[in-house]
Write a protein that binds this ligand. Structure first.
Ligand SMILES: Cc1cc2nc3c(=O)[nH]c(=O)nc-3n(C[C@H](O)[C@H](O)[C@H](O)COP(=O)(O)OP(=O)(O)OC[C@H]3O[C@@H](n4cnc5c(N)ncnc54)[C@H](O)[C@@H]3O)c2cc1C
Length: 428
């Protein structure tokens, strides 16, 4: 018997075990997943909780039923991995041996890493990257009379790098709907040089903020939060006052990754960006937000990566060369308020472009353009997540990014090539 142990049953870990169980014979392989949470969260839904847009049961469901029969669940947290001995030590002191390990423990917000941030949390400081935080923000917003709202990103990379923009658009629409938009001054404070990481989408999304009367404060690297004075201070001395700070704290991979000597300085696991195999151990893969790949940390990336990972894993454990190469494919619906949304589609080499995204039956969807269809795409995605992606069923979209329907930027069209310029990797 060979043992596959998967750490974390979030988006990536669950897809991996559910896709692999039917492909690995029961009498040859055990599949064990280690996960302390009894609940599986649909994290994109956290964005809507502050505005009363979804019910808790839409975003949180019991975890065990999300796992295919034949997958053993160990309800515990990992304390350490010993890659030489191929052992996983759990926080209760017990140990699990493995032949192959998949690390899928994601990334989490760490407000305690920024001086002053954790102290104000739940009072004048809020976040929506956890279930608890999103619900606490909903309670505060329900009675907030207005004032200076600062929407803030502490440092990149964060998971779902467009989520702070979506939050800002949704807040603008929500305050408008409540008739208090004139009482609210919204400032978007980011460590990036613009609204987003890539030039074309940054320009478009920045224009959308400006049109809504939202100020952008770029290149802001926060040094501390003063909850008494209600100010954010940057290392360059800039100070921004707030009445309500809605922040995305520093995101970091799981602490056991650091303790095990398996991570970089943010506890992300270095892997080959095309195969997801550890750069140091050929018995360890990592997938989803837990890796250091220069792609967005997003559920869509975890999904496309899982499609590539499965045939690669099956080949690798058979001693054959891995047949597939992951290209960093990401696509994200961006809610823009008032029942509209944008869609972006990109990979390691190609930034989000305009044009259309072909989709069987319902598509094509417009890229980088606000439409109602894109909003309905986002709404439908929640159902697809629970009923198609998480169970490991096939979704008829390609794992690799396609240029079909995309418009290359003008400078590139002029040279008659269809390959747009590469953007610096790792910005997300
Ligand atoms: C507000 C918000 C909006 C988002 N919107 C989108 C979107 O629109 N589109 C999109 O594609 N993505 C979106 N995302 C990102 C998406 O949710 C994540 O990228 C995705 O969940 C990553 O999957 P993962 O399995 O790597 O990590 P997770 O789903 O976070 O799972 C990690 C799992 O590991 C477990 N774990 C952690 N530590 C340990 C330990 N020590 N031992 C054992 N288990 C452990 C955790 O409990 C968790 O279950 C959004 C995220 C947020 C927060």
């Amino acid at each position: 018997m060979r043992n596959l142990v998967v750490l974390g049953a979030g988006t990536a870990g669950t897809m991996v075990v559910n896709k692999l169980r039917p492909r690995l014979p029961d009498d040859e392989w055990t599949i064990t997943v280690v996960e302390p949470s009894p609940t599986h969260f649909y994290q994109p839904g956290f964005l809507f909780l502050p505005f009363g847009g979804l019910r808790p049961s839409d975003v949180a469901k019991p975890l065990r039923p999300t796992l295919t029969r034949g997958v053993r669940l160990v309800p515990a947290a990992v304390d350490r991995v010993d890659p030489e001995a191929r052992l996983v030590r759990l926080e209760d002191g017990s140990e699990l041996g493995y032949d192959y390990l998949v690390i899928a423990t994601g990334t989490t917000p760490r407000p305690e890493e920024t001086p002053g941030m954790a102290e104000g949390m739940g009072d004048s400081v809020h976040e929506y990257y956890t279930y608890t935080g999103a619900n606490a923000l909903a309670a505060t917003l329900a009675t907030w009379p207005g004032g200076r709202m600062v929407v803030h990103i502490t440092e990149m990379p964060i998971k779902c790098p467009v989520a702070p923009l979506e939050f800002t658009f949704l807040a603008d629409a929500w305050f408008t709907g409540r008739g208090i938009r004139d009482e609210v001054e919204i400032t978007y404070v980011t460590p990036l040089p613009g609204a987003f990481t890539k030039p074309i989408s940054s320009q478009r999304l920045g224009d959308m903020l400006t049109r809504r009367g939202i100020a952008i404060e770029p290149d802001f690297v926060v040094e501390q939060v003063d909850t008494e004075a209600r100010t954010l201070t940057a290392y360059d001395g800039r100070e921004i006052p707030f009445d309500l700070l809605v922040t995305v704290p520093l995101n970091m991979g799981a602490d056991f990754i650091g303790r095990s000597g398996l991570g970089d300085d943010l506890n992300y696991v270095p892997v080959d960006k095309h195969t997801l195999l550890s750069t140091r151990y050929d018995t360890i893969f990592a997938i989803g937000d837990a890796t250091n790949i220069p792609a967005s940390k997003a559920g869509s990336v975890a999904h496309f990566a899982a499609d590539v990972f499965v045939p690669n894993f099956l080949a690798h454990v058979d001693g054959r060369p891995m047949p597939e190469r992951f290209d960093g494919h990401a696509n994200c619906f961006i809610e823009t308020g008032h029942g509209r949304g944008l869609l972006i589609d990109f990979n390691y080499e190609t930034e989000p472009l305009t044009g259309v995204y072909p989709l069987p039956v319902v598509g094509p969807m417009s890229l980088l353009k606000e439409t109602r269809l894109n909003h309905w795409g986002k709404v439908a995605f929640r159902w697809i997540y629970w009923h198609v992606l998480l169970p490991g069923r096939h979704l008829p979209v390609t794992a690799h990014m396609s240029m079909v329907g995309k418009k290359a930027p003008p400078a590139v069209s002029a040279t008659t090539t269809t390959t747009p310029p590469a953007v610096p990797a790792g910005l997300d």
